[in-house]
Write a protein that binds this ligand. Structure first.
Ligand code: COA
Length: 442
């Protein structure tokens, strides 16, 4: 897309020089040491990635291109009659680092509309799968099937100059992201709505269109929730499982489709993308156990007994954040403004008002506040998207916005293939023994 391509191209000389300068002058500077226990525990906390696209600030939550969620809720362009940002403007920001004007956000939306058609063979390949195939498998397959369309793969085979690889990645990224709402809606309708087909509405933006294509009731409030959800889940730094997987795969110059499908496969894992459905299940279990909904004192007693049994409360705590996740707050505000009389949403809020002091009393929980998953599922459930299996697909189509921004920039900055090193247990033990001898330890 021309205006994004020009905006990136204009910044590139400076960025490349900045990185080259850092590498040339301070290439030997140590960012951190790695311990044996970090090697055995998922290289947790080891800083292995630079991302100028987003950063999780413990005290303020995710910052996208330096802006907090609250700032972006104010600043990003909106579709008519809504308070929630359009994905087109968000994508412009993710890719260029610049806050878009209304016209620039609309230009991305229009570009997506031109590119949104999905080839029939993609739908056919999904249709052929057994009906109980997981929707995340279908999403990953759909993205893989689209790989045939990769502009980068074709240009690379024709001998494209390395300096220009990012331009073809950008082209692929625009094409893939344009097709995601239609692809996800197709999967939803095939799995849960007898395969109905609702074509996209040219008067709606990217996020709202997904809601439109799955929603038989045509509820504009749900379209607005889609806008909010896709905005809030678009990125979360560069080293989480899905972003890092896509980055790793793309470092082999695998194209955007191959890289994103790989990232989606990581997101499909229960330790990454499934927490929102766990949390909703937990809320519904409370409802079932009380044959309705508990009063506040009943809930407090119940939560105390869970904690006394050492149970984990889904939707609470975070490895990095030390505040209520602003993405939770944004969705709670949405609920206050748009939803009346839903006892499940009231339960979400009652847990929010009751649980944090109890977690604090335990003394060991580093963050007693809710993360985004404490409310995600309950909101989808309210609007009739009750199929838990599908929630990670929603997460996935949003997250590909961030992932593609990361990998376009990785190519733009000419990042080489990733190749860390492994060693054997023997080697590790020998290193430890040698160190102990050197320090006089018996
Ligand atoms: C998100 C999470 C994995 C962070 O883990 P972490 O960084 O190890 O968290 P902490 O450092 O605060 O953990 C310290 C202690 O508090 C406990 N704790 C943390 N979150 C808790 C929760 N939600 N309920 C009960 N206990 C909790 C931990 O089990 C740990 O106890 P231990 O020392 O006996 O093992 C964890 O809080 C969790 O599993 N939360 C629930 C699941 C969830 O919401 N996941 C989505 C995350 S975006």
């Amino acid at each position: 897309m021309k205006i994004i391509e020009e905006r990136i191209a204009a910044q590139l000389p400076l960025w490349r020089e900045r990185v080259n300068h850092l590498r040339g002058k301070s290439g030997d500077f140590k960012v951190c040491d790695v311990t044996v226990s970090q090697i055995y525990s998922g290289i947790r906390g080891v800083q292995i990635q630079v991302s100028d696209i987003s950063y999780v600030d413990p005290k303020e939550g995710i910052r996208i291109r330096g802006f907090t969620i609250d700032e972006l809720m104010q600043e990003l362009p909106k579709a008519r009659d809504t308070k929630n940002p359009m994905a087109g403007g968000l994508y412009f920001l993710l890719l260029t680092g610049d806050l878009p004007s209304q016209a620039e956000a609309m230009a991305v939306e229009e570009e997506w509309q031109h590119r949104c058609l999905i080839p029939t063979y993609v739908f056919n390949s999904i249709r052929r799968m057994p009906p109980d195939t997981h929707p995340m498998t279908l999403l990953s397959m759909g993205i893989m099937a689209l790989q045939r369309e990769s502009v980068f793969a074709r240009k690379y085979a024709e001998g494209a100059n390395k300096q220009d690889h990012w331009r073809f990645y950008l082209e692929d990224a625009m094409n893939l992201t344009a097709k995601l709402p239609g692809l996800a809606a197709f999967i939803y309708n095939l799995r849960y709505q007898d395969g109905i087909y609702i074509p996209p509405n040219p008067d709606l933006d990217w996020g709202a269109n997904f809601g439109y294509m799955i929603d038989r009731l045509k509820d504009p409030d749900y379209y607005d929730l889609c806008r909010l959800f896709f905005f809030l889940h678009s990125d979360h730094e560069g080293a989480n499982v899905s972003a890092h997987t896509s980055h790793l795969v793309s470092s082999a110059l695998s194209d955007v489709y191959l890289s994103c499908s790989a990232g989606i496969n990581g997101l499909a894992g229960p330790l990454h993308g499934l927490a929102n459905q766990e949390c909703l299940k937990w809320l519904l279990d409370i409802r079932d156990q009380f044959n309705g909904y508990p009063t506040q004192p009943q809930l407090e007693q119940y939560l105390r007994s869970l904690l006394a049994n050492g149970e984990m409360i889904p939707g609470y705590g975070h490895a990095v954040l030390r505040i209520t996740d602003p993405r939770f707050t944004a969705q709670l505000n949405f609920a206050h403004e748009n939803i009346k009389d839903d006892p499940l949403i009231d339960l979400v809020e009652m847990v929010y008002n009751t649980l944090p002091p109890l977690l604090m009393e335990k003394g060991k929980v580093n963050n007693p506040w809710p993360n985004v998953d404490a409310i995600n599922g309950a909101l989808q459930y309210h609007y009739g998207v009750t199929q838990f299996d599908f929630y990670t697909v929603l997460f996935g189509i949003s997250r590909i916005l961030g992932i593609t921004a990361h990998i376009v920039w990785a190519r733009a900055l000419l990042k080489p293939i990733e190749r860390p090193k492994s060693l054997t247990t023997d080697m590790l033990e020998a290193m430890v023994t040698q160190n102990e001898k050197a320090n006089g330890v018996n």
